[in-house]
Design a protein around this ligand. Structure first.
Ligand code: ATR
Length: 279
């Protein structure tokens, strides 16, 4: 580790923040690329968020990742925002620019799409309908990314239908809302199925879905990565579908921030995956 007086400093702001894998990911890259810099966890309560961000900027930080519950506040506080952050309505990456302004970006959808692009080489966005399960914050970023990638139709099913309808109304995306109970009928001719709900996560209920009628060519992804092989991915693999696990999304979403703060576009590879999975 190199840490001189000129080191570039960034971190992740959350409340709590102890569960975050970001310090591990950025620490791995800082070592790998021999960069004079550091990245630290910053537990900050909602009441202190704005003051802390402004203080970090004044203290010479290059920027910060932002996680729950601060993502909306982060966008509101920034001077400028990327188009994708504005569309998603939240920011997970703040960049303190040389002119003193704060730029808000949102790289969640980017991470999802990059992971898919690299792990499912045969999948092409424009070739058919995508099915998305869930309508929370993660779904929002993924829907924006899929629409921007050119997916012609997105079938969105959520337990609370009103939340899915709200997303369909708010986002500039070709969304058709499907009843949660009818989620299986949406699979018939889809080319992608994505779970953005918490179902299947360790300690949560399993995702119940019969994928028998889904084409075997459809790519199946899950944003849950604990466990890495969720019950949905297991089922999809047994059905013959290509599967993409959720760890890659987490790793790829970290890349734009690292690039902005430390000047290198880092690589997501097997060694990084193994390192993050260690604990
Ligand atoms: P995030 O912002 O990380 O996406 P969230 O906003 O809490 O998290 O969203 C969690 C998603 O999982 C929601 O789509 C939620 O459905 P509701 O909108 O109906 O709450 C979904 N979810 C959680 N538990 C579920 C369950 N037991 N059955 C079906 N969907 C569930």
């Amino acid at each position: 580790m190199i840490l001189s007086g000129k080191a570039s400093v960034a971190g992740v702001i959350g409340w709590p923040v102890g569960h975050s894998k970001s310090p591990k990911v950025h620490g791995y890259w800082l070592d790998k690329y021999n960069i004079d810099g550091t990245y630290i966890p910053l537990p900050v309560s909602p009441d202190d968020f704005e003051q802390v961000v402004l203080s970090l900027k004044a203290a010479g930080f290059k920027g910060a990742n932002v996680t729950v519950p601060h993502k909306e506040k982060a966008l509101a506080l920034a001077d400028v925002a990327t188009e994708r952050a504005r569309q998603i309505g939240a920011s997970n990456t703040l960049i303190f620019q040389e002119d003193g302004s704060i730029l808000a970006d949102n790289t969640d959808g980017y991470g999802f799409y990059e992971n898919l692009r690299q792990a499912a080489l045969d999948w092409k966005a424009e070739t058919g309908p995508a099915v998305v399960l869930g309508a929370g914050g993660a779904a929002r970023a993924i829907l924006v990314a899929l629409a921007q990638a050119g997916v012609p139709e997105i079938r969105l099913a959520n337990r609370t239908r009103a939340r899915a309808e709200k997303l369909a109304e708010e986002l500039d995306a070709p969304i058709t809302v499907v009843d949660w109970e009818k989620r299986e009928t949406a699979l018939a001719d889809c080319t992608l199925l994505t779970n953005t709900t918490t179902l299947g996560m360790s300690g949560q209920a399993l995702l119940e879905i019969d994928i028998f009628d889904m084409p075997k060519t459809a790519v199946v992804t899950d944003i849950v990565y604990t466990p890495l092989l969720t019950n949905l991915l297991e089922k999809a693999h047994a059905h013959g579908c290509p599967i993409v696990d959720g760890l890659g999304m987490l790793l790829h979403q970290a890349r734009p921030g690292f690039h902005a703060w430390f000047g290198t576009d880092p690589e997501v590879d097997k060694d990084l995956r193994a390192f993050v999975l260690e604990g």
